[in-house]
Design a protein around this ligand. Structure first.
Ligand SMILES: C[S@@+](CC[C@H](N)C(=O)[O-])C[C@H]1O[C@@H](n2cnc3c(N)ncnc32)[C@H](O)[C@@H]1O
Length: 270
C-alpha cells in the first residue's frame, strides 16, 4: 500500500484479515511515500498548474517509492485507485487473487499528477462516488481479494456460494431457532434432504437475482438443471416469463438427455 496515511489501515488489524496475516497467508506492507519526498519539508502535494481548487499529489515521491519496490518475486500488479477507473467487482477480485503481489497507489486531496498514471498496470474505482482518498478503496479491494486466498476463510466453500461468485446473488440463509417472532425457516431446510435443499437454494438464488438485480440476471449462464426451476419461478412471477427466451434453449437439451438415458437403459449400458 503506497499511501501518505498509513495509520488509516488499522481496520486490517482485525478479524479474518488479521488472522490471515498472522497465519502468513497474506502479507500487508504499508509504504509512506512521504518518506520519498525530495523537499526538506517532505511535501508530497502542490497546487495544480492552471489554477483551481485543492492540492495535487506530486509525481516524484510516488515514482521513487515504486522504484524502491524493486523486482517482484512473483506476479505483480500495480493498481491506481481512482474514481475514473474500471469499477471493481467480484470477477476482478478473483483475477487479483491470482497475483503474488498487488501494489496499491492511493491518491488523496484533489487527486494526483497525471504522470502517475504511467506507473499503473490498472486503474480501479470502487464505485461511482468520490472518496477523500484511495485508502478506504484499497482496503475494500484487499478484503475482497484476501478472502479468496486459499485458507483465509475457514471453509473454502463459504466463498464458493457467495453472492456474485457465480454471477448470482446468494440464496437466503437461516440459522436456529426454526421459528422466531412468527417468522419460520422454510421447511425444506429442516428436511435434511441434501438434493432438494440444493435445488431450493439454486431456485432462490435465481429468483433473488431476477427480482433484485435484473442487470445481473441478463448475463447468467443457465445450467440445464435451471430449466424446471425457472419454469416454477415464471409461474410465481409472471413478469419473468418475458425473459423466457433466455432459457428456452435448455428445453431441447433436457429432452435429448432424457432420450439418451432411455436408450442406454434399454441396452443396459448404464
Ligand atoms: C477526492 S479524490 C480525487 C478525485 C479527482 N479529483 C477526480 O475527480 O477524479 C482523491 C483520491 O481518492 C481516491 N478515490 C476517490 N474516490 C474513489 C473511488 N470511487 N474509487 C477509487 N479511489 C477513489 C483516488 O485515489 C483519488 O485520487
Amino acid at each position: 500500500m503506497l499511501t501518505i496515511f498509513p495509520e488509516m489501515f488499522t481496520p486490517l488489524q482485525e478479524s479474518i484479515i488479521k488472522r490471515a496475516q498472522e497465519a502468513e497467508l497474506i502479507q500487508i506492507k504499508l509504504v509512506d511515500f512521504r518518506d520519498y519526498a525530495l523537499s526538506k519539508h517532505k511535501n508530497v502535494d502542490d497546487v495544480p498548474y492552471g489554477g483551481g481548487a485543492g492540492m495535487v499529489l506530486k509525481p516524484e515521491p510516488i515514482y521513487r517509492a515504486v522504484k524502491d519496490l524493486g523486482i517482484s518475486n512473483g506476479k505483480r500488479k500495480i493498481v491506481l485507485l481512482t474514481p475514473q477507473g474500471e469499477v471493481f467487482n467480484q470477477k476482478k477480485a478473483i483475477e487479483f487473487a491470482n497475483y503474488d503481489e498487488l501494489v496499491f497507489l492511493c491518491g488523496h486531496y484533489e487527486g494526483f499528477d497525471e504522470r502517475i498514471r504511467v506507473l499503473a498496470d490498472e486503474e480501479i474505482s470502487v464505485g461511482d462516488y468520490v472518496l477523500t482518498g484511495g485508502e478506504l478503496a484499497s482496503m475494500v479491494i484487499i478484503d475482497a481479494v484476501a478472502r479468496l486466498v486459499p485458507g483465509v476463510l475457514g471453509k473454502e466453500s463459504s466463498a464458493e456460494q457467495d453472492s456474485h461468485r457465480q454471477g448470482l446473488l446468494e440464496y437466503p440463509q437461516y440459522t436456529r431457532p426454526p421459528e422466531y417472532e412468527g417468522l419460520e425457516v422454510p421447511e425444506i431446510l429442516l428436511s435434511g434432504h441434501h438434493a432438494r435443499i440444493m435445488a431450493w437454494r439454486r431456485k432462490e438464488s435465481l429468483r433473488r437475482t431476477f427480482l433484485r438485480r435484473p442487470d445481473l440476471f441478463q448475463s447468467i449462464e443457465f445450467e440445464k438443471e435451471d430449466y424446471p426451476l425457472l419454469e416454477e419461478i415464471a409461474l410465481e412471477h409472471p413478469e419473468i416469463a418475458e425473459h423466457r427466451e433466455r432459457w428456452e434453449h435448455l428445453k431441447p437439451l433436457i429432452k435429448r438427455r432424457s432420450k439418451k438415458r432411455n436408450i442406454s437403459t434399454d441396452n443396459t449400458l448404464e
